[in-house]
Write a protein that binds this ligand. Structure first.
Ligand code: TIU
Length: 240
């Protein structure tokens, strides 16, 4: 049976059509905004990536986080990484890439992608507030091997605003996982990022294609307006 119409619902401009959400049943999910992916001497940079591709979203995402908090949305932060003994790191993941500095090896920010290390934690600008959930995930998706689904169902969440890094890896995997579980996902294009412009753009197109096969793509400015934290702005959605 379809859910009852919600009088508190707002419509956010999006591709392929307006995204309807209610603050009471919507969670903001911030994926893997960790030092290991964002700092110039982190894991992402050691892989040869240009981290400025990712740091560009810190400011708009910070504004969205502030508006979500003010509107009373559930906020969930995630961190990709592993136990210090790495018992939860699949050997295939560890071996992948034949890296000189694999997961678990020492780096300038501590052991790479290991829980408790400086590099594994979330950047100060987006630090979780008291009471906000922080989920440690061993995989790319946020539903795999975490208690996210149980937490969302217990809180009667129906819609997710999915943000963070990287667009085509952890964000995409999470949107796909959420979609198959019946959650409706809105992805603000200016609050997700990739080390690769092409993957970012096509990743967003893939979400909204075919009538919104995985979800909706829009802008944080329109979300801010819908949450009562800004004025409606006509925007062009890059890559959608
Ligand atoms: N968080 C996330 O996307 N993890 C990755 O490993 N992403 C890459 O793009 N490498």
């Amino acid at each position: 049976m379809p859910p009852e119409p919600d009088p508190a619902a707002v419509a956010v401009p999006a591709v392929p059509y307006a995204f309807e959400m209610s603050p009471a049943t919507t969670a903001l999910v911030i994926i893997d905004m960790q030092r290991d992916f964002l700092l110039p001497c982190g894991f992402g940079a050691l892989l040869g990536n240009d981290v400025t591709m990712l740091t560009s979203i810190v400011e708009p995402l910070g504004e969205l986080l502030g508006a979500a908090r003010a509107a009373g949305l559930m906020v969930v932060h995630t961190r990709e990484g592993h136990r210090p003994d790495m018992a939860d790191c699949p050997p295939a993941k560890l071996a992948r890439g034949r890296l000189d500095t694999p997961i678990g090896s020492p780096g300038p920010n501590g052991r790479i992608l290991i829980r408790g290390e400086f590099g594994h934690d979330i950047i100060e600008e987006l630090a979780p507030a008291d009471g906000e959930a922080v989920l440690d995930k061993p995989g790319k998706g946020t539903f795999y091997a975490t208690d996210l689904e149980l937490m969302l169902r217990n809180a009667q969440i129906r819609s997710l605003i999915v943000t963070g890094v990287t667009t085509e890896v952890c964000v995409h995997t999470t949107v796909r996982e959420a979609n198959d579980r019946g959650f409706e996902c809105f992805v603000p294009a200016d609050c997700v990022a990739s080390y690769f412009t092409e993957f970012h753009e096509v990743g967003l197109k893939m979400i909204a294609a075919q009538g919104g096969i995985f979800g909706w793509v829009g802008s944080s400015l329109d979300l801010l307006a819908a949450l009562g934290a800004g004025r409606p702005v006509l925007t062009t959605i890059q890559g959608a």
